[in-house]
Design a protein around this ligand. Sequence first.
Ligand SMILES: Cc1cc2nc3c(=O)[nH]c(=O)nc-3n(C[C@H](O)[C@H](O)[C@H](O)COP(=O)(O)OP(=O)(O)OC[C@H]3O[C@@H](n4cnc5c(N)ncnc54)[C@H](O)[C@@H]3O)c2cc1C
Length: 412
Amino acid sequence: MNVVIIGGGQAGLQIADSLRTEGFEGKIEVIAEESGLPYQRPPLSKDYLAPGKEPAPLPLRGASFFVDKNITLHEGVQALAIDRAQRKVKLTEGSLEYDHLVFATGARNRTLTCTGASLPGIHGLKTLADAEALHAALPTARNIVIVGAGFIGLEFAAAARAHGCNVTVLEFAPLPMGRALTSVMGEWFAAAHRSQGVDLRLGEGIGRFEPGADGRVGAAVSTTGASYPADLVLVGIGVQSNDTLASEAGLEISNGIVVDETLRTADPAVLAIGDCASFPSAHAHARLRLESVQNATDQARHAARTILGAESPYTELPWFWSTQGPYRLQMAGLARPDDDTLVLGDRAGAKFSVLCFREGVLAAVESVNMAADHMAARKLLAAGTAITRVQAETEGFTLKAAVNTPATPVSA
Ligand SMILES: Cc1cc2nc3c(=O)[nH]c(=O)nc-3n(C[C@H](O)[C@H](O)[C@H](O)COP(=O)(O)OP(=O)(O)OC[C@H]3O[C@@H](n4cnc5c(N)ncnc54)[C@H](O)[C@@H]3O)c2cc1C
């Protein structure tokens, strides 16, 4: 029996690792279109861009991992087509047969199509090559425009401010990170970035880019007609799943490769994990595609067990982090815009948590510079402990203390 994994990123390497840990003795082959040792993406928008550093990529696994675990890494090789009837993957060089195939193809950046969108000086941030280009450009950049106030856009805004650049962020939505955060937290982050000198323009999208005298980007004109000088632009408007191969192979796609609760597609020999997978979430009670290290690694561990015969559903609690200058945001569970919220801690001092209640019970927690709250929230939510709003409002309540307190039944 052998396993072929398409994608040598966070999820692809984790499932290779987990298959061995779980005792799989067959052949494991990882197809990775990027050359070199697979690396971690999160530092690329954070430490990698800090001023005065000569950064190096952080590998996901060292070179010895592949030798020690007897895993073949085909680096710089792309999977081009799948023949499911023959159980064969066509590669840029040759082809491979499989007993089990795993899509761990991740996601690619959405791109802009407005006038001037391909001018030199306009960047995306997904790969090491993208980060290298930004790292080289930042020391001499002066006026930076960022399109999109999502996690990547705001992490980059903080890095650009650390380089002393003038930073304007254009965001069409009324709040930053609006897809993922409560409005309480979104409003706090809007004020926090402004206090760090970021010119955050909410409700204002990009209209077009204009060239400067040197033919590179010179200005960004927003949907309101306002013009902002720009010698460097970062476009951070989200990603879309890399699912073309799966779609061409006749697999169902719905905002990602559709899998069941065991992370298999409708073809039992084919699984999908990480950023590319659309899975039924036990926590959202809906189909989701998540873009996080937690989701990639936990799904990879689970899918390894599925391949080895387990039939249990994937139920891991989603969690996430984002570091934006001095602010470390951590989220446990999935907040919803209509959640009832309670703030605990010191908002002005940037050390607090937003507790989100659904039907009176704790459902998610967002924390800023409160690692202890985040870790406690993960324990409480994963264990299904029913923390009520009444309990949380009690004098002296902390999430950490609640971990060691007997659970209150939901009906109490
Ligand atoms: C700049 C940046 C910062 C981030 N920061 C955070 C953070 O702070 N916290 C957090 O939780 N998450 C963060 N993320 C998200 C996190 O890195 C991803 O969710 C995670 O990497 C997803 O893992 P994956 O294996 O699904 O995809 P990836 O790690 O993207 O790996 C997919 C790989 O598949 C390859 N591939 C695709 N198609 C083919 C093909 N046909 N043949 C061969 N190879 C192929 C791709 O080239 C890619 O290398 C960040 C992402 C970026 C880009």
